[in-house]
Design a protein around this ligand. Structure first.
Ligand code: PAF
Length: 281
């Protein structure tokens, strides 16, 4: 396995004759990332994983400085996952100056997670576009936990004509049901108990989805979360059912692919989760 910045990546990329699959990450790798790398291994002759904590996608009051950076442990995870190249550029290499030209995530990037974190998705898409240009992958693998990010990357690939196959991997969950996230390590044991209301709310929604209307499904999830807001240290950020293609709220007669989106803050840690839904009329 090779590890390097832009120059080393370019030299390595020139030598690749087959397909290349990219797994973009910000490090602090866990089994969810391992699953992404495994999927990349299945879909490309070579696998490149990027590890870069992208300042552009953090708000001024967010955790950029304290975001976990266990680099040596991350390299071991990549090695075990049979990654061929770990692209770990320095901050000054990716952004020698504050960028003047960036990617706009548009209307779809300004609702839900985008409304809670203004500018977040512009920062994500800007760095993902740079990673796509630098690694020139045949395919890229993203987790579906960050579903709005995934849908925006899919839209960017279409709108900006990147010739890349986008692969989404279902949410990987711990045994207790909590979606895996690098931020879970901020959770104290009591916070974790409170956070489990999120997967419970998704379960309630999944049960209500059997024949239910969007409003019934949302109400079932909201009921579980309201109890946690009252009894535990959980603040509900947003909950909503959207058309998966546009992220606009679903009307009651909606038919097609939808998503239930949930965010909550537990003990100061921002958590997100989602449930894919199908409505047929
Ligand atoms: O999902 C992430 O880890 C990040 O948003 C990404 C895609 C690596 C861009 O920094």
């Amino acid at each position: 396995m090779e590890v390097g910045g832009i120059q080393a990546l370019r030299a390595w990329r020139k030598k690749q004759t087959g397909t290349v699959s990219l797994v973009p990450t910000m490090g602090a790798l866990h089994s969810g990332h391992q699953a992404l790398m495994g999927r990349a291994r299945d879909s490309g002759d070579s696998v490149v994983t990027s590890i870069f904590v992208n300042p552009l996608q953090f708000g001024a009051d967010e955790d950029f400085m304290k975001y976990p950076r266990p680099f040596e442990a991350d390299l071991e995870v990549c090695e075990a996952a049979d990654v061929d190249f770990v692209f770990a550029p320095a901050l000054g290499e990716m952004y020698p100056a504050a960028p003047e030209v960036t990617v706009s995530s548009g209307r779809m990037g300004s609702v839900f997670e985008g409304a809670a974190r203004p500018g977040h998705f512009d920062g994500v898409l800007t760095v993902v576009a740079k990673l796509f240009t630098l690694t020139a992958p045949t395919s890229a693998v993203f987790g579906l936990k960050d579903i709005q990010q995934f849908c925006l990357v899919r839209r960017m690939i279409e709108d900006l004509n990147f010739d890349i196959e986008l692969i989404g991997l279902p949410v990987v969950r711990d045994e207790d049901g909590l979606a895996m996230s690098s931020r879970n390590e901020y959770l104290a044991p009591g916070d974790r108990v409170a956070a489990l209301a999120i997967p419970r709310a998704l379960d309630a929604a999944a049960r209500a989805a059997d024949g239910g209307m969007p409003a019934d499904v949302e109400a079932a999830a909201r009921q579980v979360l309201d109890v946690a807001v009252e009894r535990e240290d959980l603040d509900l950020g947003y909950i909503g059912i959207v058309d998966a293609a546009t992220f606009q709220p679903c009307a009651q007669n909606f038919s097609g692919h939808a998503l239930l989106l949930v965010s909550a803050t537990v003990g100061g840690t921002h958590l997100i989760d989602n449930l894919p839904l199908e409505f047929h009329r």
